[in-house]
Design a protein around this ligand. Structure first.
Ligand SMILES: Cc1cc2nc3c(=O)[nH]c(=O)nc-3n(C[C@H](O)[C@H](O)[C@H](O)COP(=O)(O)O)c2cc1C
Length: 219
């Protein structure tokens, strides 16, 4: 492949999610917004039903971000069906060395969301993927903290959101949780880009840097 094509290669971040009533879909859209902010990154959105029917659509993705509501202390059954379907990928190793991350949303502040994020991280490990954490300090845990803080729910493994059960997706999850989801999308896109560029073939001194500089790429 010519050098220009290799360096111009778009990085693809896929978001695979389930949402029963629209709240986690809002969070998924926020993840997409964050990832899409990084120049040279395209975002592929698939519901877990769609992804389950066409797993090969994800073969070209450099990163896959898993998202589901927490139902009964675990990822929703619909998302679990997608997880089970990835046993085909387990067999072929097709997603090995892709970047992975996750997000979840539930009614309670904890609501046992950690169990869902842990499920996602284990899924990624079984598939040989590289898990990316949220990368934020915990918010709203001091006397000057507030509900507006990024990562107000204090998760590290992935992005968490909380949606009051009596509010529709037009009101929940709140802006701080959507900004936290945007942060995750942005972080995963950057990591995926670094990872893809790290695999570029070695170039004579300065050639690769010149290409990146001409593209205005942040190093
Ligand atoms: C079957 C079911 C189980 C649920 N279990 C939990 C739970 O374990 N913890 C929690 O905090 N909320 C729980 N909830 C609330 C949902 O996580 C919450 O309403 C969420 O916003 C739904 O997201 P969605 O609109 O994307 O489906 C449950 C809701 C349903 C329908």
């Amino acid at each position: 492949m010519p050098l220009d094509n290799v360096i111009d290669a778009t990085v693809t971040v896929a978001v695979v999610y389930h949402s029963g009533y629209g709240h986690t879909a809002k969070q998924a859209e926020a993840v997409k917004r964050g990832a899409g902010r990084i120049p040279g990154v395209s975002v592929l959105m698939l519901t877990s039903d769609e992804a389950q029917r066409q797993l090969e659509a994800l073969d070209g993705a450099d990163a896959i971000i898993f998202g589901a509501p927490t139902y009964m202390g675990k990822a929703s059954a619909q998302f679990c069906a997608f997880m089970d379907a990835t046993s085909k990928v387990f067999a072929t190793g097709a997603w090995k060395d892709k970047i992975a991350a996750g997000f979840t949303n539930s009614a309670s502040r904890s609501g046992d969301k950690l169990a869902t994020l842990t499920q996602f991280a284990i899924l990624a490990a079984q598939l040989g993927m590289h898990w990316v954490s949220l990368g934020l300090v915990a918010g709203n845990n001091s006397s000057d903290g507030s509900e507006e803080d990024l990562n107000r729910l204090g998760f590290f493994l992935g992005a968490a959101a909380q949606s009051n059960f009596d509010e529709g997706p037009d009101r929940a999850p709140p802006p701080a949780d959507l900004r936290t989801a945007e942060h995750l999308g942005e972080r995963v896109a950057r990591v995926a880009q670094q990872f893809v560029r790290g695999r570029l073939p070695a170039q004579p001194d300065g050639v690769r840097e010149d290409h990146l500089r001409r593209q205005g790429v942040e190093r």
